[in-house]
Design a protein around this ligand. Sequence first.
Ligand SMILES: Cc1cc2nc3c(=O)[nH]c(=O)nc-3n(C[C@H](O)[C@H](O)[C@H](O)COP(=O)(O)OP(=O)(O)OC[C@H]3O[C@@H](n4cnc5c(N)ncnc54)[C@H](O)[C@@H]3O)c2cc1C
Ligand SMILES: NC(=O)c1ccc[n+]([C@@H]2O[C@H](COP(=O)([O-])OP(=O)(O)OC[C@H]3O[C@@H](n4cnc5c(N)ncnc54)[C@H](O)[C@@H]3O)[C@@H](O)[C@H]2O)c1
Length: 464
Amino acid sequence: MTTRHHDLVVIGTGSGNSIVDDRFADLDVAIVEKGVFGGTCLNVGCIPTKMLVLPADRVVEAADSARLGVSFPPGQADWRAIRDRVFGRIDPIAAGGEEYRRGLANVTVYDREARFVGPMRLDTGTGVEITADRWVVAAGGRPRLLDVPGLDAVDPARGVHTSDTIMRVDELPLRTAVVGGGYVAAELSHVLQSLGSDVTWVHRGETLLGHLDREIARAFTDLARERFDLRLGSTVTAASYDGSVHRLAVKGPEGERTVEADAVLLAVGRVPNTDLLDVAAAGLATTDDGRLVVDSQQRTSVPDVWALGDISTDFPLKHVANHEARVVQHNLLHAMGREGEARESDHRFVPSAVFTHPQIASVGATEQELEDAGRAYRAKTQKFGDVAYGWALEDTTGLCKVLVDPESLQILGAHLMGPMSSVLVQTFIQAMSFGQRADDVARGQYWIHPALSEVVENALLGVL
Ligand SMILES: Cc1cc2nc3c(=O)[nH]c(=O)nc-3n(C[C@H](O)[C@H](O)[C@H](O)COP(=O)(O)OP(=O)(O)OC[C@H]3O[C@@H](n4cnc5c(N)ncnc54)[C@H](O)[C@@H]3O)c2cc1C
Ligand SMILES: NC(=O)c1ccc[n+]([C@@H]2O[C@H](COP(=O)([O-])OP(=O)(O)OC[C@H]3O[C@@H](n4cnc5c(N)ncnc54)[C@H](O)[C@@H]3O)[C@@H](O)[C@H]2O)c1
């Protein structure tokens, strides 16, 4: 084992990869990445899922078009062509990112799983142990597995998948059992079912997407009930596999039932990679659920060590990881005397979207959070179907809900389900971020008629 000292070490090439730019050109930098460059979002997360959701949306919309007076034959997906198009675009980006880093004279890439072996001493797994003046830990997380024999390890050959593996299969399973009721389950159930797999969706809770405002969560759950074989309040207690078929014992409101499937998708959350990295050996403090403790400047409990993204954040979302990476980048430069005052991360109004069908988007407090906090609020839920573009869409399910402080008229939260919700929510994000009042946003600007954005205008006018 040889040892080497660097000026800066970055562990993880998801959002961590964006930190080292020209301003670090005079430093001896190590980048540590055990997998492909670009991390979760690019390779197995946001990007491929959204590229798969789009054709899935087309299938659903075509099937629904008869209501508009046009009909198409039932959607036929060429799974391999879709898969190859998606990864044919993504994989070269990951490879190009790695090639670029390896070509930089001041950067050394360590490409094995690394772990700490002492106070800020990292075994890179390549026969080199490294130390450094400054560190960035951006090692993300990985899918959680189930504590059920047979489903406690990923095994694509047997059809036991997580989001890391299901998107690259050669054949879409004829029947998939999806376990979990969060983001990944909602997006990938839509993809699988639309593109040709029969989905049985098993979730332990009574509503899907339980983190959302309850009105939206219930409305989405009602729609999902019509579309999927949905087993709510249900847990998988045992699993068997006979070489071609999985049989899951599912305990639910009607007792124990067997769910048969050709593949199982485990979508039961993610765990931070602090254990694999053995952060305890480095003396880095962790939260009860295993994330690195960071302060508002993204500093860990050890001096000169910063962390960002899924390994530390309360908000495991790519736009948050990117924001935190910019803060860490600035604060590293500040610590080296190259930038002014240190900065803090802004987690006041973190938005999110679930790219399922219909789309869902959200920012700020839910109604139940305001109730629990005993906070006064006014609420208005505007139906997409009641604005002009909603008529064009013949929309019967879309909702735009806004929650406002009755005194200050500040927007406290906004929750949408319907076409283009991830875009429509931006008006609320902007208003909340800049402290704009609901009446000013509603009345102080033009709203293009008859655009779908009128649903936001009407929700705001309604709440006033
Ligand atoms: C299916 C799916 C869909 C998603 N869709 C969205 C979306 O639409 N919008 C959104 O905002 N967010 C989405 N997310 C969440 C988003 O992908 C993550 O929040 C984001 O990628 C986290 O970035 P990160 O840099 O913290 O970690 P990562 O991107 O996970 O990067 C961590 C890197 O560290 C490496 N690493 C870990 N441990 C070690 C080690 N010991 N040694 C060496 N290298 C190591 C890993 O290989 C990895 O490349 C999605 C997630 C999933 C799973
Ligand atoms: N569009 C997006 O922004 C997007 C898309 C996908 C993922 N993500 C991010 O990735 C994270 C992970 O997504 P996810 O869907 O895996 O997690 P999640 O936290 O959204 O949902 C996890 C689900 O699994 C269930 N669950 C947890 N443990 C279980 C157990 N032991 N048995 C049965 N069910 C269990 C939970 O009740 C929950 O419904 C999300 O929190 C999100 O931040 C974001």
